[in-house]
Design a protein around this ligand. Structure first.
Ligand code: SAH
Length: 209
């Protein structure tokens, strides 16, 4: 699939937000996958990104991105930088992107790609994202791209009024559901979207391994 066919494919999976579709045209997925998988970069499949981690299939990345309902002026926090692909998309959709990764080799690699592609509004932080990133809080939107045990309180605290969080949650790593939370009157109203499968969110307010 080339990138424009890829775009009509994403529309067929329910992606209607024009800005999200445009961002997918701008960010080369080929730069974020392993060299051996470049030929599969535009297939709708999850791919390995090294260190035992994976990047989700593009239709799921698109759906999670669309759920953030970004207009362009927001400050967004991502937990789980991984390859950097999701953050690259967000950099076209928001004003400033903060992204946290616990594995320093992945964080460093993502920084290099952002430099190469000229993405200047992304800040990569190495650390435990289950605590959020208080220094730059509050955020208009938070996206977690690893499977959590529950929604960490710190993340709810660091969300602005009316802000949205998208997060896979499950009692076991094999039993996850994608949830969207909207912060209203200091509380989170939670909507279930669909069953998903993500690598575990490991940290103080996540899984222990
Ligand atoms: N969004 C990524 C894919 C993420 S895979 C992309 O576009 O490529 C999930 C990532 O979350 C992994 O890289 C994993 O190391 C990271 N992760 C897991 N627990 C974390 C935590 N507590 N804080 C930050 N990153 C974490």
């Amino acid at each position: 699939m080339d990138s424009s066919t890829f775009n009509s494919y994403l529309q067929s999976t329910g992606i209607t937000d024009k800005r999200v579709l445009e961002a997918f045209l701008k960010v080369p997925r080929t730069e974020f996958v392993l060299t051996k998988d470049i030929y599969r970069a535009y297939e709708d499949i999850p791919l390995p990104i090294g260190e035992g981690q994976t990047i989700s299939q593009p239709s799921l990345v698109a759906q999670m991105t669309q759920e953030l309902k970004l207009k362009g002026n927001e400050k967004v926090l991502e937990i789980g930088t991984g390859s950097g692909y999701q953050a690259g998309l967000l950099s076209h959709l928001a004003n400033k992107v903060y992204t946290i990764e616990r594995i320093s080799s992945l964080a460093n690699h993502a920084r290099l790609i952002f430099k190469k592609l000229g993405y200047k509004n992304i800040k990569v932080v190495t650390g435990d994202g289950t605590k959020g990133l208080k220094k730059y809080a509050p955020y208009h939107a938070i996206i977690v791209t690893a499977g959590a045990r529950d929604i960490p309180q710190q993340l709810i605290k660091q969300l602005k009024k009316g802000g949205r969080i998208v997060i896979p949650v499950g009692k076991s790593p094999a039993d996850q559901i994608l949830q969207v939370g909207v912060k209203r009157h200091g509380e989170l109203k939670i909507y279930d979207i669909e069953p998903v499968k993500f690598v575990p969110l490991i940290g103080k307010f996540g899984w222990s391994k």
